[in-house]
Write a protein that binds this ligand. Structure first.
Ligand code: FE2
Length: 650
């Protein structure tokens, strides 16, 4: 059975699930070349299906979702229409839809607003920021005349409870306990509604699924855990349940317990913007800045969810936190405010983020224990799970013994989560024994075509570059040749097979360098047009990771945990606090494993600088022609494209 997962929000994506196995994942920004692009196109769907060896005729069911408060833009998909279906004549169970139906709610009428007026300057039906965000993430908007954009309103009519809407701090949520009805099917199946998707001449039955339930499904169903607590969290508004949920997974079932009302995702991003970073990528830059400062403004008592923080700070969390930090700086005679304040603010905000997460996961653990369902495993998802120091601290606290975060825990993974939710939670299909290889490989982008690889090589040759088989003359394979280039201190652009999911390069679309020389930190950041102070991450052979790094749960295949670097030999990847965001590499990662094995044999150091192959503000390179263009424009020494080595001079 083929399930097509579609996510229409920012970081839009398409996933194809065949009998529960993920066959392809296409992230819209990689094809559109606009970072965090909104929406998906007909081509994205066609390419994803083709990569899975099927066509739209073979699709049995669909699972749709969108980013919070973003409409489902259908105008980029020819012949696409979405409408709510009558639950009485729909193949998938939707008890909540029956309740709405009995109450006389006409969802198609109630939710049929959309983007029609979004770009119409005269009507101003939405606030300017929202409009600007769409314009930035959807450059194609100019091709639509005002009032003609095909879309469907965001479907946010899901199951809720009175106590979900109450302004509860974390301890109040624990004290209230879990409503036993949360484990009943009407609530478990209350987070989706039945729809019909028209794609050309196909009518495909399916579901539209709540955003954070998709996050939870994306993580839990890809973990190895039979039972797990699940916490999802984005930036968002706690009062409207948009920032994330406490959930619980058991076998093929996923239960939504309650919104947790955390707001640290939004506070963290706002502090990043306040510090002067662009709103796109502010979180990552703040995380990189934090180790330069001291958490002098942090107070444990301020940590909690949004309502806890409101009470502790006496103000809205972001405004209150900024006033607290500025007040502390003044009171303590901060004599170097202009220089040190942003760094200490970053360090303090990072510490607060970690404390909020620690308190929330502790609350979730107690909540489940009190309900007679104690668990020792935790799954995280949502964009906040990209915060590596926080993930590492959670793994080390012992609140939960085991922790899993999936590689595309940001909104790019929502199409995966929607499809897995339908397959397991709604159809009740059992989970297969996971382990590396079943829905855990991140390398599921559109395959490279031999013709496009050849075209890029021909183009390089025509420009006077040298192109040779990477496994030629003095090396047995591309990995060994790569090792020789790294040992010779060359900076290498590396393209191999299908691209990796998620925002972090994992060795298929990477910029690689020798981690030893300190100058390579500056050199690689300069190539990428990044600020010189921003850290670089290492990839390390999984079997040797513990010899070079400590304090990190291993393995760490998706670059989602922070370790402490042992010794001083890895100067280019050792951050000022001695930390590094590590990726552990095994045979499943491809030729990078072979290169690291070779380096281990030759130098005893199976470690490499691994950063994403892209310029500032750009999505990661996807196709060979883009890699060649990057190589032409940046002072990279060598480019590899799927076994072909390209260097500057013939
Ligand atoms: Fe999200």
């Amino acid at each position: 059975m083929i399930v097509l997962g579609l996510h229409f929000g920012h970081d839009g994506s398409v996933s194809v699930l065949e009998d529960g196995v993920l066959r392809c994942h296409v992230l819209r920004e990689r094809t559109s070349r606009t970072k965090h692009a909104v929406g998906i196109t007909g081509d994205d769907i066609q390419q994803a299906l083709a990569a899975a060896g099927v066509s739209v005729r073979d699709v049995d069911l669909c699972a749709l979702t969108s980013t919070q408060d973003m409409e489902m833009l259908t105008g980029l998909i020819p012949g696409c229409e979405i409408r709510f279906a009558d639950p009485a004549h729909h193949p998938l169970p939707s008890p909540f839809a029956h309740l709405l139906d009995q109450a006389g709610v006409d969802l198609n009428r109630a939710l049929a607003h959309g983007l029609r007026d979004l770009f119409n300057e005269q009507t101003r039906t939405l606030e300017g920021l929202h409009r600007d965000r769409f314009r930035r993430l959807l450059p194609e908007w100019r091709q639509f005349a005002a009032g003609t954009i095909a879309s469907h309103g965001w479907m946010n009519q899901y199951m809720t409870h009175d106590h979900w809407q109450r302004q509860r701090g974390l301890e109040e949520i624990v004290a209230d306990g879990i409503d036993p009805a949360s484990f009943d099917d009407p609530v478990r199946l209350g987070m989706h509604l039945p729809v019909q998707l028209r794609l050309g001449d196909r009518e495909i039955p399916g579901l539209v699924v709540d955003h954070h339930v998709c996050h939870g499904a994306s993580s839990f169903y890809r973990s190895d855990f039979e039972r797990a607590a699940v916490l999802t969290h984005d930036g968002g508004d706690a009062r409207r349940n948009l920032s994330g949920y406490f959930l619980y997974g058991e076998g093929s079932h996923l239960y939504t317990l309650a919104p947790h009302h955390l707001v640290m995702g939004g506070v963290y991003r706002s502090v990043g913007v306040e510090t002067g970073f662009d709103v796109v990528g502010a979180e990552g830059k703040l995380m990189g800045l934090a180790p330069y400062g001291e958490p002098v403004f942090f107070e444990e008592a301020l940590a909690g969810n949004g309502y806890d923080m409101l009470r502790a700070l006496g103000d809205a969390p972001f405004a209150g936190w900024m006033a607290h930090c500025r007040g502390q700086a003044d009171e303590t005679g901060f004599n170097d405010v202009l220089e040190a304040f942003p760094r200490d603010l970053a360090a303090s905000t990072q510490r607060l983020f970690e404390a909020c997460y620690r308190k929330a996961t502790d609350a979730l653990q107690r909540l489940l224990a009190r309900a007679g369902r104690p668990v020792d495993a935790l799954c995280l998802s949502g964009g906040c799970a990209l915060n590596c120091p926080s993930n590492t601290q959670l793994a080390n606290t012992g609140i939960f013994q085991r922790l899993f975060v999936e590689p595309n825990c940001d909104d790019g993974g929502l199409s995966v989560g929607a499809a897995l939710y339908l397959w397991h939670n709604v159809l009740g299909r059992p989970r297969q024994a996971a382990g590396r290889g079943v829905n855990q490989s991140p390398y599921l982008g559109i395959p490279l075509e031999p013709a496009e690889v050849q075209a890029a090589c021909d183009d390089a040759r025509a420009s006077g570059m040298a192109v040779e088989p990477a496994g030629g003359a003095d090396a047995r394979g591309p990995g060994e040749r790569l090792a020789a280039d790294l040992e010779a201190d060359r900076v290498v652009a590396w393209v191999e097979g299908r691209s990796e999911m998620g925002p972090r390069a994992l060795g298929h679309r990477s910029l690689l360098a020798n981690p030893g020389p300190l100058d390579n930190w500056r050199r690689v950041n300069a190539i990428k047009g990044r600020e010189a102070w921003r850290p670089l991450a290492p990839a390390v052979l999984a079997s040797r990771a513990a010899d070079f790094f400590s304090g990190c749960p291993l393995p760490s295949p998706y670059m989602l945990f922070t370790a402490q670097v042992r010794g001083d030999a890895l100067a280019a990847i050792k951050h000022v606090d001695g930390s590094a965001r590590i990726q552990t590499v095994d045979a499943g990662s491809g030729q990078l494993a072979s290169a690291l094995q070779t380096l281990d044999t030759r130098t005893g150091v199976p470690v490499v600088v691994n950063t994403s192959l892209n310029g500032p503000g750009e999505p990661i390179v996807e196709r060979p022609a883009e890699a060649l263009a990057f190589f032409r424009e940046h002072p990279v020494d060598v480019l590899y494209i799927d076994g072909h080595r390209i260097s500057r001079e013939a």
